[in-house]
Ligand binder design. Structure first.
Ligand SMILES: [Fe+2]
Length: 399
């Protein structure tokens, strides 16, 4: 059933047919009644013209997470991935303007300040460089990255360390530094150190966090490595009225050091060994990316929907309340992301599958269960974000 995009009753079609047919052969298959849909009939290697961009934008705003199914017929190279992200960003006409613009914006896309970049593509983060399920995977042979200097510096300092020739004890093997700890070790401690396998949205420490992210699958394990998304708009609507009203007036601080504590730890450890290159690098990062101020409940710039905007990865505290009260509020809000009723668990079926998620109103969790099954590598591009607004429509000032 094809209808003008504005006339589509998504929920009625979903209830009746289990799918929504759009013009141009696009099929939207909801993965749950609430959040997440698979998209069939779109070959993302081809540029998207305005009609398709408009239709896919409507599907995106309704389902918040779209998984474009390649069915093994196509895969995106880095140029096509980049072009897709620019098309979306330009179609949505996002024009951010923040003090951080010089550092983290490049050609209309977000540049991550301290994750490795695909060489020549500073906006592409190859996720395999720091994640890998139960164990961490080194960069793949074909992966050539920039912005990896702090890690290279540590390797140099390890090499310089003299061996203790007179000791029977084997020299301690220092592992190459990776900015985080994932998988079984993190789960065993019931803590998330670096966020991928904990509910979060991306880059909350930016003044204007990314509006959306496009993940392109490069290498997939035969099974495992699903991604879970939580609808934080539905989670907000599930709160008691008085809690909605009360939290809507609160502000939070987000800090990358909360999500990546290992940077400062490693910098301190290296400094003790007389190598302060990482410490100096961390100082420049703290300077360029001080904690951001964000509303605790956010108004979506396109739909007006309110959502829980606390983020287990980056939120450090609720402002203007006692620390214990802040912990209590955040603990309560974080648990909302963990309710299955608000979630969709998306499987990556085929290399080439591409996932577009709304970073303004969802949290996600990279399931870290594939360590012994095989590697998983996704290319991550974040689209620029808008100023964040409170439910009352006020823009929260940055500092
Ligand atoms: Fe993430």
């Amino acid at each position: 059933m094809n209808a003008p995009i504005d006339a589509i009753d998504w929920d009625a079609d979903a209830a009746r047919f289990g799918r929504i047919e759009l013009d141009g052969g696009i099929t939207v298959v909801p993965e749950t009644p609430l959040i997440g849909a698979s998209i069939h009939g779109v070959d993302l290697r081809e540029p998207l013209e305005a009609g398709r961009l408009a239709a896919l934008t409507q599907a995106f705003l309704r389902y918040k997470v779209l998984m474009f199914r390649s069915e093994g017929a196509w895969r995106l190279d880095v140029d096509a991935h980049t072009r897709l992200c620019r098309e979306l960003s330009e179609h949505w006409d996002i024009r951010p303007d923040t003090p951080q613009k010089e550092q983290n914006h490049s050609s209309g896309l977000t540049v991550h300040p301290f994750l490795p970049w695909q060489r020549g593509y500073s906006h592409v983060w190859p996720t395999s460089s720091v994640t890998g399920g139960g164990k961490q995977y080194a960069l793949r042979a074909s992966e050539d990255v920039e912005n990896f200097e702090p890690f290279a510096a540590e390797k140099r300092s390890v090499r310089k360390k003299p061996l203790r020739a007179s000791s029977n004890v084997a020299p301690r093997k220092l592992k190459p530094h990776r900015p985080g700890q994932f998988g079984a070790a993190a789960i065993a401690g019931d803590v998330v150190k670096n966020g991928a396998n904990g509910f979060h949205f991306d880059d909350g420490f930016f003044d204007q966090p990314p509006s959306a992210v496009v993940l392109n699958s490069i290498v997939l394990p035969p099974v495992g490595g699903d991604t879970i998304f939580a609808d934080m708009g539905a989670a907000f609507r599930g709160l008691p009225d008085e809690v909605q009203a009360w939290t809507s007036e609160l502000t939070q601080t987000m800090d990358w050091r909360h999500a990546f504590p290992i940077w400062e730890q490693q910098a301190a450890r290296l400094a003790e060994q007389g190598d302060d290159i990482l410490a100096r690098h961390v100082e420049t990062l703290i300077d360029a990316y001080p904690p951001s101020r964000q509303p605790l409940i956010r108004r979506h710039p396109a739909t007006g929907e309110f959502s829980i905007y606390a983020n287990q990865g980056f939120t450090r505290a609720v402002e203007d309340v006692e620390p214990e009260e802040s912990d209590r509020i955040l603990g309560f809000l974080y648990r909302m992301a963990e309710r299955p009723e608000y979630q969709v668990r998306l499987r990556w079926n085929d290399v080439g599958d591409v996932c577009l998620y709304d970073n303004r109103i969802t949290n996600h969790y990279a399931v870290s269960d594939y360590g012994d099954v095989g590697p998983r590598a996704l290319h991550h591009i974040a689209l620029l974000g808008e100023p964040t607004e409170t439910p009352a429509g006020e823009v929260v000032t940055w500092r």
